[in-house]
Design a protein around this ligand. Structure first.
Ligand code: NAD
Length: 302
C-alpha cells in the first residue's frame, strides 16, 4: 500500500491559534501521517488558544482517526513580523500581550527549537499565516504602510523562515506556504496589498526552491487554497459570498474543507512528493481553471 508516512518526522506549523483554519488542519493531517507537530502561535492569540486547549474545548477536533488525541509537542509564541527580537520595539515587548514571552521572533523560535531538540531537528515547516491591516481597503486607497505591512507579515516572513529554519531541517526537508488565487485574478474586496503579497509569495517560492534546493536539498512549495470561513478570512468580511460564488462556478461544486488542504499538504511534505518543488498546487475544486462564470442565466448553469 502506498501511504503517506511521516513517522519519525518533526514539523513546525506556523499560524495555528484555533481549530478552524488551514494551519490546524495541516497540523492534524501531518500528525495523522505519523509526524510530531509543533506549532507557532501569534502572541496576542496565545492565551486564548492555550486556555481552550487546556479546557478541552478542542478535544473533538484534536481526535485522530486512531482515537488518540493530537498533542502538540510544543507551542511557540511567534510573531512573524519580527525576524529578530531586536526588531521589536521596547513598547511592544513590554505590552500586555507580549511581556510573558521571551523571544517571539522568527529567529527566536528557530533558536529555541535548536535548543529544545538539537540540530538538525526538523523535517517540515509550514507557513500558514497572513495579515493585512488594510485588507478591507481597495488597493486605490491603500497606504504605503498598510501595503508594506501586508507584504512584511504575509510574504517576507516565509523567506525569513526558510533562511532561519533551513539549517535546522534534516536532508530532504520541506517548506510549504499557503496562498490564494487573488494573486493572479481579481478578487474585489481582497485589498490592502494582500493580493500583491500573495503574488510575491508565489514568486518567492520558485526562487527559494532553487536556492534552498541547491544549498540544502530542501523543497519549497506553495498551496493555493480555495475559500474557507477561517477566523482570518471571516474578518475580511465577504468570505460567505466567495464560498457561495466558488461553489456555483467551480468544476467540483462542493465547498472545500480544511481537511482537503491538510491532506494535500501532508502529501506535499512527504517523501511521496520528493520530486515536487518550486510549484503551486491548487486545492480549490478546480475553481482557478475557470475562465467564465457559469452561474449566469445566459450560460444556463452549464
Ligand atoms: P487562520 O485565522 O486560521 O490563520 C491565520 C493565522 O495567522 C492566525 O492563527 C493568526 O493568529 C496568524 N497571524 C496573523 N498575524 C500573525 C503574525 N504577525 N505572526 C504570526 N502569526 C500571525 O486563517 P486561514 O484562512 O487558515 O489562513 C492561513 C493561511 O491560508 C493564510 O496564509 C491565508 O492567507 C491562506 N488562505 C486562506 C484562504 C481562506 O479562504 N481562508 C484561502 C487561501 C489561502
Amino acid at each position: 500500500m502506498l501511504a503517506i508516512d511521516l513517522t519519525g518526522k518533526r514539523a513546525l506549523v506556523a499560524g495555528v491559534a484555533d481549530d478552524q483554519g488551514f494551519g490546524f488542519a495541516i497540523a492534524k493531517a501531518l500528525a495523522e501521517a505519523g509526524a510530531t507537530v509543533c506549532v507557532g502561535t501569534w502572541p496576542p492569540a496565545m492565551k486564548i488558544f492555550t486556555t481552550m486547549l487546556q479546557r478541552g474545548k478542542m478535544n473533538a477536533s484534536l481526535t485522530l482517526s486512531s482515537g488518540e488525541k493530537l498533542a502538540f509537542e510544543k507551542i511557540y509564541p511567534l510573531d512573524a513580523d519580527y525576524d529578530t527580537l531586536a526588531d521589536a520595539t521596547d513598547e511592544l515587548r513590554e505590552s500586555r500581550r507580549y511581556r510573558d514571552y521571551d523571544d517571539f521572533s522568527i529567529d527566536g523560535v528557530a533558536r529555541a527549537m535548536a535548543t529544545d531538540f538539537g540540530e538538525p531537528c526538523l523535517d517540515i515547516v509550514v507557513h500558514s499565516l497572513a495579515n493585512g491591516p488594510e485588507v478591507k481597503k481597495p488597493l486605490l486607497e491603500t497606504s504605503r504602510a498598510g501595503y508594506l505591512a501586508a507584504v512584511g507579515v504575509s510574504t517576507y516572513s516565509f523567506t525569513s523562515m526558510v533562511q532561519r529554519f533551513g539549517p535546522l531541517l534534516r536532508p530532504g526537508g520541506s517548506f510549504l506556504a499557503l496562498t490564494y488565487m487573488a494573486s493572479e485574478r481579481v478578487v474585489p474586496g481582497y485589498g490592502g496589498g494582500m493580493s500583491s503579497a500573495k503574488a510575491a509569495l508565489e514568486s518567492d517560492t520558485r526562487l527559494l526552491a532553487y536556492e534552498a534546493g541547491r544549498r540544502w536539498g530542501h523543497r519549497v512549495n506553495v498551496l493555493s487554497a480555495g475559500a474557507l470561513a477561517s477566523r482570518a478570512a471571516s474578518a475580511i468580511g465577504f468570505i460567505a459570498d466567495m464560498i457561495d460564488y466558488t461553489s456555483r462556478n467551480a468544476p467540483l461544486p462542493e465547498p472545500i474543507s480544511a481537511d482537503d488542504v491538510g491532506h494535500t499538504a501532508a502529501f506535499l511534505c512527504s517523501p511521496l512528493a520528493a520530486a515536487i518543488t518550486g510549484t503551486c498546487v491548487y486545492v480549490d475544486k478546480g475553481f482557478h481553471a475557470m475562465g467564465v462564470a457559469v452561474d449566469r442565466e445566459a450560460a444556463g448553469g452549464k
